[in-house]
Design a protein around this ligand. Structure first.
Ligand SMILES: [Zn+2]
Ligand SMILES: [Zn+2]
Length: 255
């Protein structure tokens, strides 16, 4: 059994004040084998205007130091690239000098610039849901990444699942592309902290991925606070205990 969290935001992310040192201490206290720090690399113009960009040089050097200090905990240097399909050239140019060991791809904005990762007053429309999944299809088809982050995150603040039956063909296409490209599907357990109270994607979508032949996973809490980082296994299906580490640190469900 591998104890891990592959979605953690710390002091280098604009929306987290979590200290990396506190994360490391907690990971060690929880007997984690391996963790991935995945800072926000949000490069859309309005995001850069609002939050700036953190120093990849400082971040990279900091993680290298921590790796040397804590040889028994494997620490992965990663980023979550927001709306990668729209910022690809810029992101790749930045990462050329500071390569990352793990890249999460994420969709945070709809085409109409609705931020679907933050809480909203009313549910998004059917057209927006279709747009949301189409953007994922564009993301996974046009960008290289290790992990598709929080598929379905717009539901995170809902009370109950919306009807998504009309989006099923696009959802299937997304899952088929990630299977074909060897991109892991993230099981994001952050909605357990909210009213939605299940993982993103939900079990039905994870089952669909498995039915289509998908067996590569990641598990992450989308941690922005030390309390978000904990032992979450009891919240997830029992088979996650069978996941095995691949050579590139992803989690494989054996046949
Ligand atoms: Zn995100
Ligand atoms: Zn995140």
């Amino acid at each position: 059994m591998i104890l891990t969290d592959y979605h953690i935001h710390t002091q280098y992310s604009w929306d987290s004040k979590l200290e990396i040192d506190d994360v490391i201490a907690k990971a060690i206290s929880l007997n984690n084998d391996i963790i991935a720090i995945t800072e926000h690399l949000d490069l859309l113009p309005w995001e850069v205007n609002a939050h700036g960009i953190f120093s990849l040089r400082q971040y990279s050097a900091h993680i290298d130091d921590l790796k040397a200090q804590h040889p028994r905990l494997r620490i992965i240097k990663g980023v979550e690239i927001g709306d990668y399909h729209l910022t690809k050239d810029y992101a790749l140019a930045m990462l050329e000098d500071y390569p990352m060991e793990m890249i999460l791809g994420a969709v945070h904005f709809l085409s109409d610039r609705t931020n679907i990762a933050s809480p909203r007053l009313k549910p998004i429309s059917k057209e927006q849901i279709i747009d949301y999944y189409k953007l994922h299809l564009q993301l996974v088809s046009t960008c290289e990444m290790d992990i598709l982050a929080h598929l379905g995150v717009y539901k995170r603040h809902y009370q109950q699942p919306p009807d998504e039956s009309f989006a099923m063909p696009i959802i299937k296409d997304i899952l088929q592309v990630i299977i074909q490209k060897g991109i892991a599907l993230e099981i994001n357990f952050s909605p357990f902290r909210k009213a939605y109270a299940c993982s993103i994607p939900e079990n039905w979508m994870i089952d669909l991925y498995r039915d289509l032949g998908g067996n590569l996973f990641s598990i992450g809490g989308d941690c922005h606070h030390i309390d978000h980082f904990h032992d979450f296994r009891h919240l997830l299906p029992e088979w996650i205990n069978d996941l095995e580490l691949t050579t590139n640190n992803l989690l494989l469900l054996p046949d």
